[in-house]
Write a protein that binds this ligand. Structure first.
Ligand code: AMP
Ligand code: MG
Length: 353
């Protein structure tokens, strides 16, 4: 199958019309959202949804998010809309917040991976909304990467993973946030299953106390059940090995440099992911500045792109850990998974030297 790429910056009307026709005929279409690129299918057609799992190589017990273009479409997809969902929808939709609640009968189990609950989001991206509106069905869409790889934040990343597997990629340029949506379950106590650009603090300002699922910054224990099935899988892994170094910016940089030269000596090619605050400390080493520690959203915006692009050309990536307040949590959640939780404490490591 030939994969066609259409720029929706140049040809929004033609691109979204063709995309909507493909979705309605049961085919897959990759499209931009403000978080990452999605791989979409008609969310009411179980057979079409199964094609997503095939194209991605996604384990079939990992449920998908349904994307809608009108807030009022939510009531068709949930058994009922609980009161506390209303202020969240008013405040954060359209935007990077996914809400989970009991599903309505119309939602096929292929979407929910057999669960009785379904995740729904209304994206703000212009192309995404035009596509959903024209398709006139909810679009089931996970990130448009091969399962296990970093999520795509531009059309080239999608093409790298999906060439010849899907008929169409809509190219809307770079994604604004660069990490996937915040996933909030409204079944029982409101619980964040996956952190994103809508933070715990932002949600609490609207609905009061919100819990964080236990596995956000650590791997699931042997007997733990995943609240969000996606969390149990290997995720965001680039071709290179990733090591995260935690500590104060100064100690982190000293430890990263020392590891850098040890690895070079062992014959490895190494790249450092530095921050605005530490970049000057890596003079003479190969380092890429990916953003500002004080503004973790700048790190989020670049992480997946850098993991894909730099991860393809070196053996080891040394990345700085950051504080996990606000959007730092979304960043560390993705970075630690990309590293398979390989994490070094700078202070302890420097004492050993
Ligand atoms: P992705 O589409 O790749 O961003 O993954 C969607 C994420 O939402 C995965 O981590 C899923 O496990 C999670 N998710 C989707 N639906 C549900 C659900 N009904 N219950 C719990 N987690 C869900
Ligand atoms: Mg994904």
């Amino acid at each position: 199958m030939n994969t066609q790429v259409i720029s929706t910056i140049l040809q929004e009307e033609a691109g979204t019309t063709l995309g909507a026709n493909l979705i309605r005929s049961g085919e897959l279409v990759a499209f931009p959202t403000e978080t990452v690129y999605g791989l979409g299918a008609n969310g009411l057609d179980g057979e079409a949804v199964n094609r997503i799992f095939e194209a991605k190589g996604r384990p079939n017990d990992n449920p998908l998010i349904l994307h809608i273009a009108k807030k009022s479409d939510l009531k068709k997809l949930w058994a009922h809309v609980p009161d506390r969902a209303l202020p969240l929808i008013e405040t954060f939709w359209p935007g990077p917040l996914t809400l989970i609640f009991q599903k309505a009968e119309i939602v096929p189990y292929e979407v929910t991976a057999g669960l009785e609950t379904v995740a729904v989001r209304m994206p703000s991206d212009r192309t995404a909304r035009a596509l959903i509106r024209k398709a006139d069905v909810p679009i089931a869409a996970p990130s448009a990467n091969r399962s296990g790889k970093p999520s795509p934040t531009n059309a080239q990343h999608v093409l790298d993973d999906m060439d010849d597997r899907i008929p169409l990629i809509l190219d809307g340029g770079d994604c604004k946030y660069g990490v996937e949506s915040t996933v909030l379950s409204l079944v029982g106590e409101p619980t964040i299953l996956r952190p994103g650009a809508v933070t715990k603090e932002m949600l609490e300002a609207v609905i009061g106390p919100v819990q964080l699922a236990g596995s956000i910054l650590k791997p699931l224990g042997d007997r733990e059940v995943a609240a969000s099935p996606g969390m149990k899988y290997k995720h965001y892994a680039p071709d290179a090995e990733v090591i995260v170094v935690d500590g104060t910016p100064e100690e982190t940089a000293r430890c990263v440099l020392s590891l850098y030269y040890d690895l070079l000596e062992a014959g490895k090619t190494v790249e450092i992911l530095s921050t605005k605050q530490t970049h000057f400390r890596y003079r003479g080493a190969s380092a890429t500045e990916i953003g500002d520690r004080e503004h973790p959203e700048t790190l989020c915006a670049n992480l997946f792109r850098v993991l894909r692009e730099i991860g393809a050309s070196c053996d080891v990536i040394l990345a700085e850990g950051i504080e996990t307040g606000e959007e730092g949590l979304a960043y560390m959640n993705r970075l630690l998974r990309a590293a398979g939780f390989h994490r070094i404490n700078a202070h302890a490591e420097l004492l050993k030297k």
